[in-house]
Design a protein around this ligand. Sequence first.
Ligand code: BES
Ligand code: MN
Ligand code: MN
Length: 463
Amino acid sequence: MEQIKLYVNQHKDRFIHELIDLLKIPSISADSAYKQDVLNTAEAFKQSLLKAGCDHVEICETPGYPIVYGEKIINPDLPTVLVYGHYDVQPADPIELWESGPFEPVIKNTKIHPDGAIFARGACDDKGQVYMHVKALEYMTQNNALPCNIKFMIEGEEEVGSKSLGWFVERNQEKLANDVILISDTGMISREQPSITTGLRGLSYVEVEVTGPNRDLHSGLYGGAVANPINVLAKMIASLHDENNHITIPGFYDKVEEMSAVDRAEMAKAPFSLDAYKEALDLNDIYGEKGYVTNERTSIRPTLDVNGIWGGYTGEGAKTVIASKAYAKISMRLVPNQDWQEITALFKTHFESIAPSGVKVLVKPHHGGQGYVTPTTSIGYQAAKLALKDTFGIDPIPVRSGGSIPIVALFEKELKSKSILIGFGLNSDAIHSPNEHFGVFNFLKGIETIPLFFKYFVELNKK
Ligand code: BES
Ligand code: MN
Ligand code: MN
């Protein structure tokens, strides 16, 4: 315990600077203009794994971006921990809202991070969190403290749906065989209150297109006499929620697992301040599904949100026009037992059925994935709990997160192992937003905690 603290203290400046170098590469998987940068990032992670002590590292080709695979097998009879993460990042836009360049990392102090935070796209999601594992391996190999086998699988398409990883996992079951999967790609409650993520929501992501007249029209000559696809789309979208903010798609809630009053009471014990929540977002009130509190709305309840909407004239000044087409991108966050393909089909049928005559509607499914829940009774969970208790001084709280990592459900299906989600980010770290950052304290705490997970996982497996 003390040894790892000393090691981290002695090497922390180097750790931070190595991470900063990785953050300088714009590995945006969604935009093909950054293809070479994504590939360079894979190579950089490969080199970091070799330096940290992996015996074997390879860049595994896939139909899409490659997967960085690394391993250090010390004894086939010992357990194997598979570490998963992603080296790709979200696009940086809107770029003008960044206070410093998204790929020019800087360290700044904030109210929540008085010891500094590294500002850059990917700092928290997920390069910084993956790098904690790389540095934890360095510590364990340098100090003869690796108690079992370790494998790494770092992908480059998480932010665009992990298609190639699904392909890779199905074809490499033996190579990826493990006793537990360890993932840091989520968050924790606060610096003072550690937590372990016990659930992720599923996702169905669709794009809709509404077509009215065959060309853009003068809004004076034709307005009022033809369906305006933007007006119609707005109305259709508005009808997807009722006055209680329930989703109106028939069958949408059929498979939703209702949480028991006991479990909801347990959830309510997690510290939460509504005032602080509103203040942080500069909101005068919250909003959401009737009958549920904020923590429930963002974890155990499914949601539907428009992520983008466009059409018509959005340039400077005014142009009087009725557009031919209107578009929206819509995501539905799902909870366990809801099947994402089934929900996508329900959405499509319903959305087509509510279109008024006078327009044509097209629903294009993008990607999706199943939700996930993991028990708190597993050896992996218990090991994570002991490790976090050692480094933070108090017991972590189990939390179901609102985010999605669709590949986790596939891991369980294909590799038959549980994933343990110990994230060190905070909700306020602005992942996917301008000014994403990762606390230096959180980064270093992660490096300190991970070797303890390995230690406890091996000890508990012996019992
Ligand atoms: N790391 C996030 C997911 C996350 C963040 C889960 C915080 C829990 C807490 C991941 O990189 C992500 O952004 N996932 C996407 C889904 C994916 C299919 C694009 C998401 O949740 O929107
Ligand atoms: Mn992520
Ligand atoms: Mn992400």
